[in-house]
Write a protein that binds this ligand. Structure first.
Ligand code: ADP
Ligand code: MG
Length: 629
């Protein structure tokens, strides 16, 4: 038979050339991961084959076992990896291993050059850039890939490269379906032709690959292939949970929590979920997106399934496997499926339950969880329409407070130590932890010993808009004009009586004259204690939470004019009132009082602009001292 011989020499794309250069010449550590990459490619090809067989009638070798076989010949320094996956045609070989510019190659090179990754980690993460195949050139002086596609009419083909500038593609002979890699090892990589070494590497990096990996003539798979999530939790060790997580995510920090569950009603499923230690997916992570791995009867249906948990729990990683999902379930079906909806309900309940338990049993660990993931739960409260669903999250919320500025306070703790007669849960929104603690709005609360929750996250304004009540106590903004504290009136009487307000009224006029249109009104307030002044919302104005929400959503949004409230008992105010009218210092002091109040509200557009005036005031103060002395 005269076979049409297509023999073509090709040149690698520039990025691939550079990539190869680095792999061949500079990466010596962690070389063993090339095997993980090749096994993972074989496993991908097998998974694709499994899906093809669900829909196609006419496939080559329909009876072949879906498996990977690895054999080694130490004499020849030859390592062979074969799979019965989808295989590749000549065109596909060219596309996948050669001419197509892999965008990942460039990204990988950038990571190398910027030094974002340590050289020893580079090899580790290569798979993430979609160029894992080339890692074989860390150990190979020559690679021959022979492949035959599952399409029965396709011809077998071969790809050959020595890791230099070029590769060769030609038609080949191969009877059975799948791909065979012959790896001619470099002299210093002879260890990878030793079965014991190979077994060790497979166990370490590829134990959970879903298909059997046979070694040499062996008839028993080297990998345990455990669908760990289908095991009984009592049969799984902590170490196995940790190993699975590591192989699954490449996250080297152990997870904060794992959750292994099995349900039969209202839906059949197995799930193994993890909460990572960090919210940010490290650049080494194998998980490129949010979402859980979804299996239907052990077959991987979707790698990143976002509908299995409510959005605010998207930081949870893991695997879900259900007998109730049809194998040929499509993407759209996953989204609309009743089964998926039930799974979501069950999983949400379990995750929240596990968090509650963590909070109860290990407060320190829960604090770490809250530091990393607290804003996700706040988002959950802020975005859920249903009050009942929101309420389930309330016990998990944590805040700083005036009493515990550096600790996390739960609503239960807050309510548990409320003063007798306290009718509400007080909170105050602020820009940052430091300024909120100095807010003049806190004066009456501090004076009377009421604890106030301090909310300073960007998302907190959204949260505050939705918070209604907890354990029968409404949430109240400490800055709002209509909070009244139980004993406020009575206590105010006992204090040093404020000077006759009539005496001070001219001062209000002076403030009005200086500040003009910048404020809605200037008035006295008996609520202030240690502070000179505060900015309050005029009656009928949008609550300050909503103002913040608007400001957050729309940078152009102008905060409505505020009322400047002065503390008639404060020395600064009294002295100011007694200054002669034409005293230039008075105007500067009025401006400064106003701008200080702006600053404490987080509303000052340009704090640096105050320095000149502050200097002027300092000079005046020092001058006064000299005169006295
Ligand atoms: P990735 O696996 O991230 O796509 P690789 O560089 O590891 O990147 O592989 C490149 C491509 O080569 C794969 O996407 C796949 O199409 C093809 N390929 C590699 N190995 C095999 C194999 N054993 N069987 C079939 N196709 C393969
Ligand atoms: Mg790969």
């Amino acid at each position: 038979m005269s076979e049409p011989t297509v023999k073509q020499a090709h040149t690698f794309k520039a990025e691939i050339k550079q990539l190869l250069d680095i792999l061949v010449h500079s990466l010596y550590t962690e070389r063993e991961i090339f095997l993980r990459e090749l096994i993972s490619n074989a496993s991908d090809a097998l998974s694709r084959m499994r899906l093809v067989m669900l829909t196609e009638q006419d496939v080559l070798d329909p009876e072949a076992e879906l498996a990977i076989r690895i054999s080694a010949d130490p004499e020849k320094r030859l390592l062979t990896i074969e799979d019965t996956g989808v295989g590749m045609t000549l065109e596909e070989l060219d596309e996948n291993l050669g001419t197509i510019a892999h965008s990942g190659a460039r990204a990988f090179l950038e990571a190398t050059q910027k030094g974002t990754a340590e050289p020893q980690n580079l090899a580790e993460i290569i798979g993430q850039f979609g160029v894992g195949f080339y890692s074989v050139f860390m150990v190979a002086e020559k690679v021959v890939v022979t492949s035959r596609s599952w399409r029965s009419e396709a011809q077998a083909a071969r790809w050959i490269s020595e890791g230099g500038e070029t590769y060769l593609i030609e038609a080949a002979e191969k009877e059975d379906r799948g791909t065979r890699l012959e790896i001619h090892l470099k002299e210093d990589a002879a260890e990878f032709a030793e079965e014991t070494r190979l077994r060790e590497i497979i166990r370490r990096h590829s134990d959970f690959v879903a298909y059997p990996i046979y070694l040499g003539e062996g008839e028993e798979a080297v990998n345990t292939r455990k669908a760990l999530w289908r095991e009984s939790p009592s049969a799984v060790s902590e170490e196995q949970y940790a190993d699975f997580y590591k192989q699954f995510t490449l996250d080297f920090e152990p997870p904060l929590l794992h959750l292994h569950l099995r349900a039969d009603a209202p839906v059949q499923m197995y799930a193994l979920l993890y909460i990572p230690a960090k919210a940010e997916r490290g650049m080494f992570s194998l998980r490129k997106e949010d979402g859980l791995k979804l299996y239907a009867r052990k077959v991987l249906i979707r790698e990143y399934t976002k509908d299995l948990l409510p959005e605010y729990l998207r930081f949870v990683q893991g695997v879900v496997d259900s007998e109730d999902l049809p194998l040929n379930v499509s993407r759209e079906m996953v989204q609309s499926s009743r089964v998926v909806e039930r799974i979501r309900k069950v999983l949400e309940g379990k995750v929240l339950g596990a968090l509650k338990e963590m909070a109860l049993k290990d407060g320190e660990k829960y604090a770490r969880f809250w530091d990393e993931f607290g804003h996700f739960l706040k988002e959950g409260v802020a975005t859920q329409q249903d009050e009942a669903a929101r309420k389930k999250l309330y016990p998990l919320l944590r805040f700083h407070s005036t009493r515990f500025p550096d600790q996390w306070v739960s609503l239960d703790e807050y309510v548990g130590r409320m003063k007798g007669g306290q009718k509400a849960i007080y909170y105050l929104l602020g820009e940052d932890a430091a300024s909120v603690q100095h807010s003049p709005h806190l004066d009456p609360f501090r004076a009377q010993g009421y604890e106030v929750l301090t909310l300073t996250d960007a998302i907190d304004s959204f949260l505050a808009v939705t918070l209604k009540e907890y354990e029968g106590f409404p949430f109240q903004n400490a800055a709002s004009a209509d909070v009244s504290l139980p004993k406020e009136e009575a206590e105010a009487e006992e204090e040093t009586p404020a000077p006759e307000e009539q005496e001070l009224t001219p001062l209000l006029e002076r403030f009005r004259a200086v500040l003009g249109e910048r404020v809605a009104e200037v008035r006295f307030s008996r609520r202030l204690r240690a502070s000179v002044a505060r900015l309050a919302d005029p009656e009928g104005a949008l609550g300050s939470e909503m103002q913040r929400v608007y400001r957050y959503l729309d940078k152009e949004y102008e905060v409505p004019k505020k009322v400047l409230e002065l503390n008639p008992r404060h020395d600064v105010v009294r002295r100011l009132a007694s200054l002669p009218e034409d005293e230039p210092l008075a105007k500067a002091a009025i401006e400064q009082i106003y701008e200080n109040a702006l600053l404490l509200e987080g509303l000052h557009p340009n704090p640096a602009s105050m320095t000149e005036r502050i200097q002027q005031l300092m000079e005046a103060a020092l001058e006064g001292r000299e005169k006295e002395g």
